[in-house]
Ligand binder design. Structure first.
Ligand code: 8YV
Length: 314
């Protein structure tokens, strides 16, 4: 008897693929493919990573689709209104990557604050021979601002505790349980940017949050402060960020996400020395990617069989 088809467009460990193949005809579809999907078959489920835009045009080609399983927490490439209108379930992978992403946030706070990446270059370039490295500033005693206090933000605040920093956060709505726990204190937007020595951007990208961090916010930051973006490049107005760094309005940035990925070599950000550039590695550890794949495969399987998925996108 023929098995229902599922599409897979993200790296999934072989053993999980073999498990899936017991119940489904698993078809590898290149990431980002949105045209002539019928040539790959008619799937009941589709497992993908970020970057495959799923909208009405794509869904119209897939009449049997029951579930879209995104192996990632951010689902900005899914047009949720179109997915709902098509009666398709969408799922993502929240929770399992909080630690991994928070570790990079912590790493960037320390690396920017204490010049860890810059001083590696300083040493290799032979500049040490010309004199001792310039002094940095303590991280302890400073204020870290979490923009978008959700699961990952909470983990960032927890990991920062032993460093002796104060953590503040800004969400549109204050989360009283966070304030009461002592983990972080809410600030209104202006005070948030003005007080933070490090701003960690964790706001999910949506049509409402495109360019959310703009010139006015950057202008409120201190000239010694750093911006860290672990959400999506488009949440920050990148030309305004480049200008703020170039003009010395802020001290620099740590970026794991960009408007265009992979970041082109001729991008202006590549020319700024006080910026740490990472190739979107927030969740990129073997353990975390395994956990994301396991959850995404369970969501794919359950949704394809018409069963409830574990982590539906609301
Ligand atoms: C992944 C991410 O790299 O979860 C997210 O939203 O940005 C990352 O964990 C991405 O989803 C690719 O699968």
């Amino acid at each position: 008897m023929s098995q229902p088809t599922v599409f897979v467009s993200a790296p999934v460990p072989d053993d999980l693929l073999e498990e899936l193949a017991r119940e489904f005809d698993v078809v590898a579809v290149p990431p980002g493919t949105t045209q002539d999907l019928g040539r790959y078959g008619s799937p009941v489920g589709w497992l993908m990573g970020g970057g495959t835009p799923i909208d009405a045009g794509v869904l119209a080609q897939l009449p049997d689709l029951k579930v879209v399983s995104n192996s990632g927490v951010g689902y900005d490439s899914l047009v949720m209104d179109d997915i709902r209108a098509a009666g398709v379930i969408a799922a993502n992978t929240p929770g399992v990557l909080d630690n991994a992403v928070a570790e990079i946030a912590l790493g960037l706070v320390l690396s920017l604050g204490r010049g860890i990446v810059g001083f590696d270059r300083f040493t290799r370039d032979g500049r040490w021979a010309d004199g001792a490295a310039p002094l940095t500033r303590d991280v302890h005693g400073k204020t870290v601002g979490v923009l978008g206090m959700g699961r990952i933000g909470k983990r960032v605040a927890q990991l920062l505790q032993p460093l002796g920093v104060s953590v503040i956060y800004h969400n549109r709505a204050r989360r009283p349980e966070i304030d009461e726990s002592g983990l972080a204190q809410w600030r209104e937007r202006e005070a948030f940017f003005a007080e933070s020595d490090f701003v960690v951007v964790l706001v999910p990208l949506s049509p409402q949050t495109r360019g959310y961090v703009g010139a006015a916010d950057l202008a409120r930051m201190q000239p010694t402060a750093y911006l860290i973006n672990l959400a999506r490049g488009a949440v920050v107005d990148t030309p305004a960020l480049v200008e703020a760094i170039r003009s010395g309005q802020i001290a620099g940035a740590g970026l794991d996400v960009f408007d265009v990925e992979p970041l082109p070599l001729d991008d202006e950000l590549q020319t700024l020395p006080n910026v740490i550039l990472l190739p979107h590695i927030g969740s990129a550890t073997a353990e975390t990617r395994r956990a994301m794949s396991e959850l995404a495969v369970r969501n794919l399987r359950n949704g394809s069989l018409g069963q409830p998925v574990e982590t539906p996108i609301p």
